[in-house]
Design a protein around this ligand. Sequence first.
Ligand code: NAP
Ligand code: G4F
Length: 336
Amino acid sequence: MPRALVTGITGQDGSYLAEQLLDRGYEVHGLIRRSASFNTDRIDHLYRDPHEEGVRLFLHHADLSEAGRLVKLIYELQPDEVYHLGAQSHVRVSFDIPEYTADITGMGTIRLLEAIRESGVQTRYYQASSSEMFGTAPPPQSEATPFHPRSPYGCAKVMSFWLAVNYRESYGMFCANGVLFNHESPRRGETFVTRKITRALARVKAGLQEHLYLGNLDACRDWGYAPDYTDAMWRILQADEPEDFVIATGETHSVREFLQLASEHLELDPDEFVRIDERYYRPAEVDVLLGDAAKARAKLGWEPTVTFEELVRVMVDADVKLLDDQLSGRAVRLSE
Ligand code: NAP
Ligand code: G4F
């Protein structure tokens, strides 16, 4: 049974990847951070008591700031594949906590790569690289496009990208980068713009929220569906040789378009409730991301399966349902 180690398993991508790896017959080990409140919502449906028979998902407390723990886990688990998804992944927040972002999103990668190298474990390593690294580079962006990051997060990801390349070239390790463009889902973190919009629309529709405050509506992103992108991660590690791949839909849309389409789906008029708050502007913006995933199509047979319009509908419907469930859950509890 192949064994995978996933950092960031509690995040959007980690949860879909864990699901897919379990479906593919893997034993999956995930790193989780100690938290005062439960932080495993996205993987609770996968988790089973380790005392039961046939359990294939195991969680281990660790933090990307602690090298010793990473060495110990890599040495003990001897994974066949390592998917490094853990990061401080919020671009706007990275301007507020640049040093922490560099430490976790950048240095965390060195700690993990060193843990693999020092322990001598033969493993395939996936690095969660980002289209944010392209920054101001004109679209379309491909594997040949030079990086020009526009945020501390983007800079930390550039460092991690080159570390993966460097460990491949220096030590012959199987290290591969997936340069993924934005990907979303009902499990997307609530403060990224797509989910912030769909969650707010459900609340506006239900009469629970009056206004939605947003920043730059003109930014354009190449938005895909997260499970397609976690499938690409796995394909990248199954290739004969470690290589770097851009993963994207090849379409770009503005935040305004996302907002408009999502609102129309609920028969709402965004002009009535959307307000601009400059707090959400970034000191430096990435204006247009549009990926060219021709290499992934040709070499990995990868294709996106969900259109932009479908993605918007799936996310809106999921947030409407989630709110309904929460409201009816509250009613049940109140009546008890
Ligand atoms: P996410 O939802 O923000 O998940 C990030 C994960 O990292 C969470 O499990 C989080 O744990 C964990 N983490 C954060 N700080 C940590 C620390 N100090 N030690 C250990 N774990 C830590 O991100 P995502 O959207 O799933 O993205 C996965 C990866 O792909 C990230 O590296 C992201 O930067 C990158 N990426 C994402 C996209 C995208 O559009 N989603 C595009 C390109 C690249 P908690 O749950 O405890 O916070
Ligand atoms: O949803 P966002 O916060 O995603 P962003 O900055 O593109 O970063 C995401 O994608 C990257 C891949 O390119 C990942 F590496 C990264 O980890 C993360 O997953 O913002 C998208 C756009 C930006 O241009 C932002 O300025 O939406 C604009 N925006 C407008 N109003 C807003 C808001 N973004 C947020 N988060 N909140 C707003 O109110």
